[in-house]
Design a binder for this molecule. Sequence first.
Ligand code: FAD
Length: 443
Amino acid sequence: GGGAGGGGGVAVVGAGLAGCLLAVLLGRRGIEVTVYERRPDPRVAGAEQGRSINLAISARGLAALEQVGLRDHALKQALPMHGRMVHPRGGEPNFQPYSADGGRAINSIGRAELNRSLLETAEATPGVRLVFSRRVTGVDTKAGALLLEDPAGRSSTEPADVVLAGDGAYSAVRASLRPDGDTDFLEHGYKELTVPPRDGGFALDPDALHIWPRGTSMMIALPNLDRSFTCTLFWPKSDFDVLDTPDRVAAYFAEHYPDVAKLMPGLVEDYGRNPVGSLVTVRCWPWVRYGDGAIVALLGDAAHAIVPFFGQGANCAFEDCIEIDRCLTETDGHWPRALSLYQERRKANTDAIAEMALDNFVEMRDRVSSPVYRAKQAATHALERRLAGRYVSRYELVSFSTMPYAEIPSRIRRQNRVLAGSAAGAAGALVLSLRILRRRSRR
Ligand code: FAD
């Protein structure tokens, strides 16, 4: 491709979910690309601890994986979840299907397995070179070079005139570019726990994403292929410290999560050992920097980390890669124009999902357990079935369609207006018929 200036080549920073997918897409275009990853090769070193162990992948992620022939492979490693199983405090769990017909599912997949499949596909793609144990510390956009450091602390530079940064929510490349914007830390943190298999089988229904809504906090659980579940607590950060002895941990879970506490023999050890992670929303702009020597673009979490409550961060990062690939096609491989198109097209979409993800936290930890919410959801699904294709819930548009995120809020508002209009109409008709009835009975 032309337009990038010097002969430094294309570098991808980070061999995470987005970095690997992008490298495969570029390799397939005949572009030579080197991927620099801070960690050692996970296939040699074993998976990193303390990161979210499993992810929900839905329509957007699957559509992207399809482009590189990994969709079916990913689904084979995944467990479908057709709805949420809500565990109220002191009541029976209730199942709420995600789609009107009950047939659609999001997919629980191990992060490590998914990353490994992508790494292997990248490695097998001609033109893609993977370099592990190299931390990128910055970009010299004037000279067209990446600044690197190895595990022994030795620095080096590598020429690069296109740098595509998929180095995650705490991106070093983003820090070195200093774009406008900020990183919002949620007051809540997360901690992972495990429900092991029971008598060789799943201890909870594996066909659901389990939620224990508890007002200002919650716990969720997703199934794993080995028949365990990974639970994630989302609590205000200060609440984690209050449980500072094994007895306090055990007593707290027995009181607030009694049905699962029984299923977690390693609860106290897990709780003590596993770290509390942060949840951030990154908003920054621009994502692309045009230097004399190099163009740098941010993608995935590096550009727009979001909170995990819609299960969309990875799905959204994959969409970025597909968009970059599409823009390269549309501009005949002209990097400056392609990356400019990419950021213009994606920003409104990632802003939209960032807001919807924050909003969904309140829905999950609070609203899903209310009877009014359940009645409303049942009514929504009934409407969806009656107005097939004309009324679709926000959850379905996000998870089971590839409609651009930015179009979803206005589509939902439009639907609600129509609905409010017909509800008002129905209420008016009701009042009228009541009046008529009353008049009749007076006679
Ligand atoms: P990452 O996957 O973070 O990859 C970044 C890579 O860059 C890593 O390999 C890292 O080692 C490497 N790196 C970092 N710094 C450097 C450096 N300086 N030099 C070189 N390499 C570097 N998303 C979903 O779609 N569904 C879910 O259900 C879901 N659940 C989540 C639950 C939790 C608790 C969290 C925290 C996130 C969740 N996400 C989910 C979000 C998802 O994990 C991210 O959106 C996704 O991993 C982003 O991919 P990425 O490639 O941009 O970044």
